[in-house]
Structure formats: structure tokens, C-alpha cells
Design a protein around this ligand. Structure first.
Ligand code: HPA
Length: 277
């Protein structure tokens, strides 16, 4: 007989528990070109995604595919090195599977989920290399990780989304950024399917919809965090300027280069945020 989704999640958790008794309170998902925070984690145990039963396998070479348990700024964390994207062909249930496993609700103990990503800046005041704290989001992926039968043990059928990104964490991040003299912008993040970048007409439309930055991740993971009653925080590095009237071609190599360059300030901010959570 085939396993239910809940049984699969429980089997993943049991496997992890066999390798570590640690109960991380904070989960971290790092975006493209933003893996530097991992080096700051004092590692207790590292599991490859492909050894954990039912975990999706990551396909993108610039991602590593490891679940890292350890301490960061004295706090117990679990970090995903390498995340799953919808455009890789995963379902959104696959994409968000690790968040299901991490959660305190049935899983490893995570109550706070921190997410970073690389995003295109559409707000004309944004520049390449800026950090944008995500205040709110728009789901334009044309799909939702909660579609299908609701599993009441995991969360409600119709989760509230009036505060998808914790106001408390946003103000803490503002304070931390101020103390560290790191400039941060704020805005609305819109998630699209990708993998192509947007046309001028699409950037114009997304901007008119009310978004400040656009990317291909984060929203599904945030939805699952909300479904499971976790607090969530998101931050984007603006890697390209998506102004429809002056748009220039951009390659993924350039995007990764800008992300890598801005990454140290993101790492500093995230580490201090973790300390103060
Ligand atoms: N669009 C979508 N995703 C992105 C972009 C973009 O312009 N830049 C970085 N990720």
C-alpha cells in the first residue's frame, strides 16, 4: 500500500532523528548565490538531500543539496543549502517538502523560517546589490502548494495570510540593519514561474500590480510556513534592474555575480538577526 503524504513526512523526520537529536528553532533557506551564511554555521551534522527518504533531489548545479544542522550565533538552526524551484519541474508540494519536515508542528522544531532570494528590482528607487526586506507578497506562480486534500494535522484548509511575513521579525531586522549600518529597502515580492526572465511588458504589468521585486521562489515556502503556524521572514538581493523603458539584457552569470557581491552584508544581517530572535 502506498504511503500517505503525512506518513512520508514522518518517515523523513524519523530518518533525520536517527542522525541527530538536535531540535533547531530556526530554519534557513538560502537563495541563488547566497550560500555564504552556511560557512558561518558551526555544523553538527550535514545530510545530503538524496539520503533522506522522500526528499526531492536538487538538479541545479549552483545548488548543493544539503540539510545542515548546527549553531549560528549561538542558536540552533537547520539550513537548506540548495532549494527547489518550480521551474525545475518539481511540484510545489516537492518544493516545500523540506519546510514540512522542519516545522515544529510535527517535525524538527522550527518555529521561525528565514528565506533569502535573488530578485529583479522593479521599484525605480532600487539598485543592483540592494537588500529588500519582503513586507508582503503576490503569488503569480499560477499554482499553490496547498492544492489538494488538506491535512488537518499540518494546518488549516484556508490559512490566513494577513501577515505572511512577521511584523515583529521585520522590525527586528530593521533594528539590526540600523545597528550594523546596512541599508535596507522594503517592498512587495512577486513570485513568477520562470525560468525565463520577464519581458518589458511583464515587468510593467508586475510593477502595476504593486510589486517591487520579482523572483522565482520563496512564496511557496512562505505559504507552507504560514499554513503550519511558523513565523516567516524574507529578504531579497536585488540582482538586476527591471525598468521596462531602459531594460538591458541580463544573464544568470551576472545575476549570480551581483548576488555574490552583496552576499556578505546579507550574511552579516542574517547572522545578527538569528542572534537576536
Ligand atoms: N525576474 C525573475 N527572477 C529573477 C530576476 C528577474 O528579473 N532577477 C533575479 N531573479
Amino acid at each position: 500500500m502506498s504511503m500517505t503524504f503525512l506518513e512520508q513526512v514522518q518517515e523523513s523526520i524519523s530518518y533525520i532523528r536517527k542522525h541527530t537529536k538536535m531540535r533547531p528553532e530556526i530554519g534557513i533557506i538560502l537563495g541563488t548565490g547566497l550560500g555564504g551564511l552556511v560557512k558561518e554555521i558551526r555544523k553538527e551534522i550535514v545530510l545530503d538531500y538524496d539520503e533522506i527518504p522522500h526528499f526531492p533531489i536538487s538538479t541545479v548545479e549552483s545548488h548543493h543539496g544539503k540539510l545542515i544542522f548546527g549553531t549560528l550565533a549561538g542558536r540552533k538552526v537547520v539550513a537548506m543549502q540548495g532549494r527547489f524551484h518550480f521551474y525545475e519541474g518539481y511540484t510545489l508540494q516537492n518544493v516545500t517538502y523540506p519546510v514540512r519536515v522542519m516545522s515544529h508542528k510535527i517535525g524538527l522544531g522550527v518555529k521561525t523560517l528565514l528565506i533569502s532570494n535573488a530578485a529583479g528590482g522593479m521599484n525605480p528607487e532600487f539598485r543592483r546589490g540592494d537588500l529588500m526586506i519582503i513586507d508582503d507578497h503576490i503569488n503569480m506562480q499560477g499554482d499553490n502548494p496547498l492544492i489538494g486534500e488538506n491535512i488537518d494535522e499540518l494546518g488549516p484548509r484556508f490559512p490566513d495570510m494577513s501577515e505572511p511575513y512577521s511584523k515583529e521579525l521585520i522590525s527586528l531586522a530593521n533594528k539590526v540593519a540600523r545597528d550594523l549600518k546596512i541599508k535596507v529597502k522594503h517592498g512587495v515580492f512577486v513570485a513568477v514561474q520562470g525560468p525565463n526572465l520577464e519581458t518589458r511588458a511583464e515587468y510593467r504589468m508586475l510593477r502595476n500590480f504593486g510589486a517591487d521585486a520579482v523572483g522565482m521562489s520563496t512564496v511557496p515556502e512562505n505559504i507552507i510556513a504560514n499554513h503550519m503556524g511558523m513565523r516567516s521572514f524574507g529578504i531579497s538581493i536585488i540582482t538586476d534592474e527591471c525598468f521596462p523603458d531602459t531594460l538591458e539584457p541580463v544573464s544568470v552569470e551576472q545575476i549570480i555575480k551581483i548576488a555574490n557581491r552583496a552576499e556578505p552584508k546579507l550574511t552579516k544581517l542574517m547572522k545578527e538577526l538569528v542572534r537576536q530572535i
